[in-house]
Design a protein around this ligand. Structure first.
Ligand code: CAA
Length: 379
């Protein structure tokens, strides 16, 4: 067992860290305030290969592995969680299933634009009445000649506002529950797709979270992703991988907040000494660091299992659950260490505190992660 990153992974981490410090960190507050990530930054991320880290080079990806992808999302999220989830939802919820379930033609058609950032990807699963109960998908489709016609509505779609490429889940027969669901690759800039709204959120305010109406959306038959009636399996497999991305995002948020809290505790003087000289602060720092380290071990382990082609369903649920609860805990403690200054936007930990909460909710609430883990334990 070797707990050291390989030389290649260290080089990747350091180059992404430089990019983040130079290009993303200075914009993080503005991204939160303006509720948008600048197009130029998205373009730079594409040029850096951050939007296709584990996608093969033959489709325009960076040809690295899942561990590299986790490192990318972690480093970006240390400075800006909105940018972190842009990369995560794009890569593992859209490019990922196309790579895993797509035909050769589909991969050649859709992946190069996703990997370059020409198109931003998203995953249209969640609906007003089908959140945790993903099998309750009420969006329907029917076949008409060489097309599928999709009708329904989707909510909480990360990256939806870009109107790029989407993987859409819809049912041909709701009485079949999850066995009636199929997956489709959709150009969201098509007639029949309309944005109902981009949500105004507590955190990750720079990330689009979009509600869509799909009205007689016509999709060519060749855009069916995987087999008809197997869309739920596409969704579950996709979410298993996606949860590693959310764990990495949560890990990055926690690390970003910890770095600030540690530095601040050394600078801030009260009662004639740095506050880090008080045991109450030292114990907080010790607890924060320990939870960060366990989150990192779980997240990297899940990524390495996926890279090794082994089953990682339980590990991805565990790392997502643990890292997200760590992010919420660490950002709360980091804010407390900052005292009143922590409540002021300039110190950034208040943004991280707001950003952290969603990681306990999206890509499967932590209650659902506990369902996944306990079902596997007892099966
Ligand atoms: N991995 C692989 N397969 C799985 C699986 C997993 N984690 N969980 C279930 N399955 C398979 C089962 O083996 C079964 O397969 P067969 O039909 O071949 O036997 C099938 O799926 C049905 O399983 P269940 O009977 O257990 O299904 P269920 O209806 O009880 O639901 C669930 C299971 C785990 C609760 C599932 O509905 C789930 O994961 N819900 C959460 C959905 C979710 O994460 N939503 C987030 C949306 S994405 C997002 O957040 C947006 C964003 O943009 C960031």
């Amino acid at each position: 067992m070797n707990f050291e990153l390989s030389q290649d992974h260290k080089v990747l981490r350091d180059s992404v860290r430089d990019f983040v410090n130079n290009e993303i960190k200075p914009l993080a507050m503005e991204i939160d305030e303006k509720h948008a990530i600048p197009d130029t930054l998205v373009q730079q991320m594409g040029e850096m290969g951050l939007l296709g880290s584990y996608l093969p080079e033959e489709y325009g990806g960076a040809g690295m592995d899942m561990l590299s992808y986790a490192i990318v999302v972690e480093e970006v999220s240390k400075a800006c969680a909105s940018s972190g989830v842009l990369i995560s939802a794009h890569t593992s919820l859209c490019s990922g299933p196309i790579l895993t379930f797509g035909t050769e033609e589909q991969k050649q058609k859709w992946l190069p634009d996703l990997n370059s950032g020409e198109k931003i990807g998203c995953f249209l699963l969640t609906e007003p009445d089908a959140g945790s109960d993903a099998g309750g998908t009420a969006t329907t489709y029917r076949r008409e000649g060489d097309e599928f016609v999709i009708n329904g509505s989707k909510i909480f779609i990360t990256n939806g506002g870009f109107l790029g490429t989407g993987v859409v889940l819809a049912s041909f027969d709701r009485s079949l529950k999850h066995k009636g669901i199929s997956a489709f690759i959709v150009d969201l800039n098509s007639p029949g797709v309309s944005i109902l709204k981009n949500e105004n959120k507590m955190g990750i305010r720079g990330s689009y979270t979009t509600a869509f109406a799909l009205d007689d959306l016509r999709v060519p038959a060749e855009n069916l992703l995987g087999k008809e009636g197997k869309g739920f399996n596409v969704a579950m497999d996709t979410l298993n991988g996606g949860r590693i991305g959310i764990a990495a995002q949560a890990l990055g948020i926690a690390e970003g907040a910890f770095e600030r809290a540690l530095a601040y505790s050394k600078e801030r003087k009260q009662f004639g000494q740095a506050i880090c000289d008080f045991q109450t602060i030292q114990f907080k720092l010790a607890d924060m660091k320990t939870r960060i380290e366990t989150s990192k071990l779980l997240t990297y382990k899940a990524a390495c299992l996926k890279d090794a082609g082994q089953n990682y369903t339980m590990e991805s649920a565990m790392c997502k659950m643990h890292a997200s609860e760590t992010a919420t805990y660490v950002t709360k403690e980091a804010l407390q260490i900052h005292g009143g200054y922590g409540y002021i936007a300039d110190y950034e930990v208040e943004r991280m505190y707001r950003d952290a909460k969603i990681t306990e909710i999206y890509e499967g609430t932590n209650e659902i992660q506990r369902v996944v883990i306990s079902k596997l334990l007892l099966s």
